[in-house]
Design a binder for this molecule. Sequence first.
Ligand SMILES: *Cc1c(COP(=O)(O)O)cnc(C)c1O
Length: 418
Amino acid sequence: MSKLNTCNAEALDTADELSSFRQQFLIPPKMDGDQIYFLGNSLGLQPRSLRQYIDTVLKQWEQYGVEGFFMGDSPWLSYHEKLIGTMSELVGAKPSEISIMNQLTVNLHLLMVSFYRPAGKKRKILCEQKAFPSDQYMLETHVKHLGLSPDDVIIEMAPRGDGMLFQTDDIIKAIEENADELALIFLGGVNYYTGQVLEMDRIAAVARKHNIRIGYDLAHAAGNIRLDLHKWDIDFAAWCTYKYLNAGPGGVGAVFIHERHHRNLELHRFAGWFGYDKETRFKMQKGFVPVLSAEGWQLSTPSIILYASLQASLDLFKEAGWGNLQHKQRKMQDLLWDLLQEILQIKPVFKILTPKDYRGAQLSLYFPENGRKIYDALIDKGIIVDWREPNVIRLAPVPLYNTFTEIRNFTQALNDLL
Ligand SMILES: *Cc1c(COP(=O)(O)O)cnc(C)c1O
């Protein structure tokens, strides 16, 4: 079998100042070593410290019972404040614009209550075709709940031609053509299938110009790409924490709500006591008075165990430094891209769906033939990527725990299989 010649992977690992973070994670084993785990976009790996973070909560519960809300090293009542600093940095928000609560799809429904207010001619929602299924079901059922017909109000943008990628100009054109009727624009910031990163800033600017509310689903963006949510001036965003943010299966969700909405008491919302003004919350009075920040959208007592598991990971992001992680991610992507090009020059049997200039950690490889066989063979070798019907392999090396050598080994294995 031919050897790929871009082989400086070991040197890149040696020079990598973040290389020690790999040891902070539990890498799933295979027979003779570690898996090459490239599915941080689906379920991030477990921080080694996570048990200890959860154990601290359990000990506090053991020692103080309900007083754990007020006592101990991390009183549960203010645990939220420990999370929003790093989280806001990762998404380019102010801490007050972040609320960590519930889970992603639930949060999207709640945000729709506040930010989708169809009225008069402005009733339509612009979204992308083939959005992640949960987002489609959320829109469909939310619209029906308001007594509207999804076919009447949901406009699904198609990718250009028979491809799978969206052109920013097409999205802008769709916004401008429908501006008079649009009540909301709701898009996935990074497409889960193709890995395409939307030009969220440009799209948001057009939405703002036409005074149309805009929100993004950032499930595949948070902890992956650089975001600047406050500056982009979007209305809201929501994401999960179990993908790039490594908080564990079903980890607690997070939302961004721009600060210009925090004091608007006219906004509709579904409220609960954990969004109630903190000074007077325990007076238990009638009439909802919100916290004047994104926390005002909380409803329920948060799961402190889920908060702890998120904190274990956020602390690693903080220690590594978001800028450093971005830098390493770009280097990893360059290596992966170059090695795949090398394969493609001799064996053009697959295509990289993900656009070169609009990608984060994920690449989606399209195989017209034999994709499933190649996927099965990779899994057999302990190279963990995923398969999306009908013919796509997705993979996402991440800077916190993957290595340059793994990227080299994956491409070498792929080359051998082809
Ligand atoms: C992963 C993902 C979800 C999952 O939603 P949950 O409510 O966390 O199950 C939703 N939307 C998108 C775009 C996703 O990538």
